[in-house]
Design a protein around this ligand. Structure first.
Ligand code: A3D
Length: 320
C-alpha cells in the first residue's frame, strides 16, 4: 500500500502550515501548489530538509502545474487572498470567486476522486462555488470553519473556567462570519453544559455573552493584531483534523460547512452544521434541536450566506 497524497492548493501562510503539520503527522506525500512560481518549491524544500531532524518520511513537492495534484486523496484549498485590517470576509468575494473557478477546474481535471476541504473566504460562498466549478459530489466537498470557530470558543471557555481545553467541548453553527452561532446549551465542560455551570456559579451570563461575542469576532481580532494577513496556525490545525477523519475513517462529528438538502429548513446551501466525516466524506448531517434564539440566529446566518450566493451568481453567470 502506497502513501496517501495530500495536495495543498495555495501555499501561503495556511498552506505552508498545513504542509508542516501533514509532514509531522506522516499523513502522506505532500504537494504544495501555488500560482507563485518559486515559493511553493522553496517551502517544499525547506520542509523536506526538516524531515531528517524530525524523523518524518514524506515526499514534498512544490509546483505551479495542476498535473502534479493528480490522484490526490485529499485537496485542501487556501488559494486566494486573506483579509487586511478593516476588511470583512465578504470584501474578498470578487477576487476569490475567480480563484475558485481556476481551482475547481484544476481539481475536476486532475483529482476528481479527492476529498476537498475549502478554507478560502468568504467560506460558505466559496465552498459552494468551488463545488459547482469542480462538479465533485457534494459529500466530497466541505468547508472548514466550524472546527476553528469551536476551537476559539473552547479556548476562551477553558480560560474562563480555568480547566483543561481537553475537557471543553463547544458548538458553533451557522455561516463563518459575524452571524455565526455559538450554542451554549451544547457547549460543556466534561459533559456539564455551560448554562449549568453558570447556575453553579462558575461564571455569569454576562461573561459568557462577552465570550460569545469575542468568538464571533475571533478572526478579526487576530487580523488587527497581525496587521497583515489573517490567522493560520489554528485554521491549518482544524483542516488537518478534518482530513485525518476522512483518511483514517474516524467518523468524527465535527462542525463543518456542508451542503444542506432540506436539513434545518435549508436547501442547496453550504452552511456550518455538525457532520460525520469518514471514508465516504460527509457521511451524515446531524440535525440538532435549536432553541428559539439559536434558531433565529441560525436563520440570520443562512440569510447572510444566501446574499453572498446571489452576489456570486451576479459576478459569474455560469453559476446562475
Ligand atoms: P496567503 O498567505 O495570502 O496565501 C494564499 C495563497 O494563495 C498565496 O500564496 C497566493 O499566491 C495563492 N493564490 C492566489 N491565487 C491563486 C490561484 N489562482 N491558484 C493557486 N494559488 C493562488 O493567505 P492565507 O494562507 O493566510 O489565507 C488563505 C485563505 O484562507 C484566505 O482567503 C483567508 O481569508 C482564508 N482563511 C479562512 C479561514 C476560515 O476559518 C474559513 C481562516 C483563516 C483564513
Amino acid at each position: 500500500m502506497g502513501r496517501k497524497k495530500i495536495a495543498l492548493v495555495g501555499a501561503g501562510m495556511i498552506g505552508g502550515t498545513l504542509a508542516h503539520l501533514a509532514a509531522m503527522k506522516e499523513m502522506g506525500d505532500i504537494v504544495l501548489f501555488d500560482i507563485a512560481e518559486g515559493m511553493p518549491k522553496g517551502k517544499a524544500l525547506d520542509l523536506a530538509q526538516a524531515g531528517p531532524v524530525e524523523g518524518y518520511d514524506a515526499g514534498l513537492k512544490g509546483t505551479s502545474d495542476y498535473a502534479d495534484i493528480a490522484g490526490a486523496d485529499v485537496v485542501i484549498v487556501t488559494a486566494g487572498v486573506p483579509r487586511k485590517p478593516g476588511m470583512s470576509r465578504d470584501d474578498l468575494l470578487g477576487i476569490n470567486l475567480k480563484v475558485m473557478k481556476a481551482v475547481g477546474e484544476g481539481i475536476k481535471a486532475n483529482a476528481p476522486d479527492a476529498f476537498v476541504i475549502c478554507i478560502t473566504n468568504p467560506l460558505d460562498a466559496m465552498v459552494w462555488a468551488l463545488r459547482e466549478f469542480s462538479g465533485l459530489p457534494h459529500n466530497k466537498v466541505v468547508g472548514m470553519a466550524g472546527v476553528l470557530d469551536s476551537a476559539r470558543f473552547r479556548h476562551f471557555l477553558a480560560e474562563e473556567f480555568n480547566v483543561s481545553v481537553e475537557d471543553v467541548t463547544a458548538f458553533v453553527l451557522g455561516g463563518h462570519g459575524d452571524t455565526m452561532v455559538p450554542v451554549i446549551e451544547y457547549s460543556t465542560v466534561a459533559g456539564i453544559p455551560v448554562p449549568d455551570l453558570i447556575k453553579m456559579g462558575w461564571s455569569t451570563q454576562e461573561r459568557i455573552d462577552a465570550i460569545v461575542a469575542r468568538t464571533r469576532s475571533g478572526g478579526g481580532e487576530i487580523v488587527q493584531l497581525l496587521g497583515n494577513g489573517s490567522a493560520y496556525y489554528a485554521p491549518a490545525t482544524s483542516a488537518i483534523a478534518m482530513a485525518e477523519s476522512y483518511l483514517k475513517d474516524k467518523k468524527r462529528l465535527l462542525p463543518c460547512a456542508a451542503h444542506l438538502t432540506g436539513q434545518y429548513g435549508v436547501d442547496d446551501l453550504y452552511v456550518g452544521v455538525p457532520v460525520v466525516i469518514g471514508a465516504n466524506g460527509v457521511e451524515r448531517v446531524v440535525e440538532i434541536a435549536l432553541n428559539e434564539g439559536a434558531k433565529a440566529n441560525f436563520d440570520k446566518s443562512v440569510h447572510a450566506v444566501q446574499e453572498l450566493l446571489v452576489a456570486c451568481k451576479g459576478l459569474e453567470p455560469s453559476l446562475a
